[in-house]
Design a protein around this ligand. Structure first.
Ligand SMILES: Nc1ncnc2c1ncn2[C@@H]1O[C@H](COP(=O)(O)OP(=O)(O)OP(=O)(O)O)[C@@H](O)[C@H]1O
Ligand SMILES: [Mg+2]
Length: 224
């Protein structure tokens, strides 16, 4: 469903070219729950940004349902992201001026759905996630775990095919992290969404279908 071939990425720096990713290959199938692990600075976030078409590789192919997407025009890419990809970050990145409900409605409104429809869908999803009492709270009045659950809701509300999560539980205590991780896993499995999650947690990685490690600029699958 989603694959990358021979991806290379470097950054220009005052000291010269910094190579970050070398010949990275990855195939993702619908419903896959994939963990990416690797030391700090190994290129995990860079890879996720490229997979999410938010950054460009120097070379390599990005295929979505066998269609090459790496050279599409930015307008087309933005449309594709809004339709197919959901993002979750280490901090929730919710919009502070909006309530939890409005934050979750937003991706649907951007897609041109009606306000009534967006409100109904967002309220239903937040209720499923145990947040029905918090829908009117702005992000500042949510606990870290609640805010991250709202961020997960915002990422899945459009029923994307692929979720890219960069250390989604990195800021949470162990118990809350487990709750958010399990919720993400259940939700994605029930909606058959593919997930690529960067994590530093060995136990979460073990609970994923596949684990890849980024080391010395290359990505390889770990087999247990
Ligand atoms: N825009 C940039 N310009 C120059 N160098 C960059 C840029 N973005 C990232 N880097 C460098 O690329 C390398 C990979 O960064 P990246 O953020 O992908 O690491 P990471 O694996 O996500 O690390 P962490 O676990 O700490 O989040 C780092 O050495 C970083 O300093
Ligand atoms: Mg990172």
């Amino acid at each position: 469903m989603f694959s990358v071939h021979d991806l290379n990425k470097s950054f220009p720096t005052p000291q010269g070219k910094l190579d970050v990713l070398k010949d990275v290959n990855l195939d993702v199938y619908q419903g896959d729950f994939i963990a990416i692990i690797g030391e700090s600075g190994s290129g995990k976030s860079t890879l996720l940004q490229i997979l999410g078409t938010l950054d460009q590789a120097d070379s390599g192919e990005l295929l979505l349902d066998n269609i090459k997407i790496q050279h599409l025009h930015e307008n087309k890419l933005a449309q594709l992201r809004s339709q197919y990809i959901g993002f979750i970050y280490q901090s929730h990145h919710l919009i502070p001026e909006l309530t939890a409900l409005e934050n979750v409605m937003l991706p649907l409104l951007i897609q041109g759905k009606s306000k009534g429809y967006a409100q109904e869908q967002a309220a239903q999803l937040l209720t499923e996630l145990g947040l029905s009492e918090r829908v009117q709270h702005p992000p500042a009045h949510l606990s870290g775990g609640e805010a991250q659950r709202v961020a997960v809701a915002r990422a899945v509300i459009t029923k994307p095919k692929l979720i890219l999560a960069d250390e989604p539980t990195g800021n949470l205590d162990e118990t809350t992290a487990s709750t958010v991780f399990s919720m993400m896993r259940d939700l994605c499995k029930s909606q058959n969404v593919a997930v690529i999650m960067v994590t530093h947690s060995q136990s979460f990685a073990n609970a994923c279908d596949k684990v890849y490690a980024l080391k010395q600029r290359t990505l390889s699958e770990l087999t247990f």
